[in-house]
Design a protein around this ligand. Sequence first.
Ligand SMILES: *Cc1c(COP(=O)(O)O)cnc(C)c1O
Length: 403
Amino acid sequence: MTQEWEAGRLDSDLEGAAFDTLAVRAGQRRSPEGEHGEAMFLTSSYVFRTAADAAARFAGEVPGNVYSRYTNPTVRTFEERIAALEGAEQAVATASGMSAILAIAMSLCSAGDHVLVSRSVFGSTISLFEKYLKRFGIEVDYPALSDLAGWEAAIKPNTKLLFVESPSNPLAELVDIPALADIAHAKGALLVVDNCFCTPALQQPLKLGADIVMHSATKYIDGQGRTMGGVVAGRAEHMKEVVGFLRTAGPTLSPFNAWVMMKGLETLRVRMQAHCASALEIARWLETQPGVERVYYSGLESHPQHELAKRQQKGFGAVVSFEVKGGKEAAWRFIDATRMISITTNLGDTKTTIAHPATTSHGRLSPQERANAGIRDSLVRLAIGLEDVADLKADLERGLAAL
Ligand SMILES: *Cc1c(COP(=O)(O)O)cnc(C)c1O
């Protein structure tokens, strides 16, 4: 049977294919069974034809799977599909978004190196650098995200990486990625972009000049709040180091999660478009509400970086934050008055979520650190899902009525 199939066409020819086509088909290699959908290879190890075959594969003399901490066909399909969508030479999957960041730092930095991390990044990202990587002799500084002169001034001769999230969470602040890439490259440093909030459907950082892009695939790539995963993508010379760390240290992606996320990629662009359309409508509507002081969404003309967002992104994302009049008590009253929207800090789900950053995601920062990050007590963050917008507005109206 194998030979019959090998004589015919099993896989798609994707030469010159566009994003939507790659999202559905890239990375698939069909087995001799001729399955149409992607197979899930739930196996920890692989058999060898002979002892000599085993020895040759272990020695890397012949290609082939050895053990799923090293390679797995389902994980490989997910990786190749991400690489195609980000325009990367290679992608490497990880067990979570945090292990993607850990793998980048561990594989590309050494004691004595200096790293610049934007002040406006995911809380655990700051903890990873501050509490753990510093202990191993990596120096870290935290410039303000959009302040290009600040980044330039903070670079030192031993600066290895610049790490940013653009747009940032929860205030949708941006950095000009091409300009920051130029600043990094002029000093021999690499620019890493956490592209979690945009996904490659809205922003392709490598095409904007970044060297490495990474994701918490737990968010929009899964898209339905089911699994944990991450991915790193970039040039083969860097990915080789990341693979080396992962296969040795172990935070690799499970094939089951890889399958879920790979299927998530097939609907990614369509989902992101729907998320963005609803988020823009909600942001515009919130801006007209008397109880709302200020709305943070880069799709609004009132956003100071609206023009940059239009230039750099194909859409403005699904996270909409706003300040209510009346401080923390009012923010909590607003949140508690909703009856459908989920009170949770996660995002990137079909279900809309609502959270109070000052007492949850940013609760462990000192009041001064929170103020530096622009997180006021009156701030509420929404991550808009895929429910009907009229139903979302009706639920948010309960919050507005409680103010
Ligand atoms: C959630 C998140 C992470 C961490 O990802 P996990 O999958 O939870 O480990 C990193 N960066 C951003 C922007 C995130 O939102």
